[in-house]
Write a protein that binds this ligand. Sequence first.
Ligand SMILES: Cc1cc2nc3c(=O)[nH]c(=O)nc-3n(C[C@H](O)[C@H](O)[C@H](O)COP(=O)(O)O)c2cc1C
Length: 194
Amino acid sequence: MQDVMEFLRGRRTYRRFLPKPVPEEVLRDALEAARIASCGANRQTLKYVLVQTPSVVAEMNRLVRWAAFLPPEQGQPKAGETPTAFIAVFQDESLPGVNDTDAGLALGSLTAAAWGHGVGSCIMGAIDRPAIKTLLGLDKQERLRLHSVVALGYPAHHSRVVPMQGDDVRYYLDENRDYCVPKRAMKEILLGEF
Ligand SMILES: Cc1cc2nc3c(=O)[nH]c(=O)nc-3n(C[C@H](O)[C@H](O)[C@H](O)COP(=O)(O)O)c2cc1C
């Protein structure tokens, strides 16, 4: 088991993948991690759809928007680089206590469990919600709000945290097409110590 801080530094967003399927047991672990995540009052309002059939994964990929800070030729995975699975995350609004903090915690656990197996992910909110609900046969289920989808696959690039220049939050690619992700310095975010 690698050092937990090293693990978290590597658990970045990945947007280009190897054409190698994610094993079933890895996807099950990711879902299990989401299932047991902490949530307000233990209400458990989240539901999931697993997509790993190649034709449906390809359809999903057409309904998501990659890397808004990059031109498409840099940020969008090309044929042979696309994710090999997606997990769609729904909030069941027929249950009390739906909130976005719970979704965030579940997404954090899900993507960490995948990364524990070397599987990279991209949490995606810039998605065509109505079209994805239709694709997944859930368009008539008004109680289900599509929160986000997670793209999954074995990474075909590296990604590293870099110091932020000024206030520029935009990630970029280096000369090897690896992602550089600026994060604010500790002295900027730690407001006090008592
Ligand atoms: C709620 C949320 C929605 C996101 N939506 C998208 C998206 O639609 N498309 C995309 O390419 N990346 C998306 N991302 C990935 C972010 O751009 C990424 O987390 C950010 O640039 C920081 O990179 P890092 O995850 O490696 O720290 C999303 C991330 C989060 C947490």
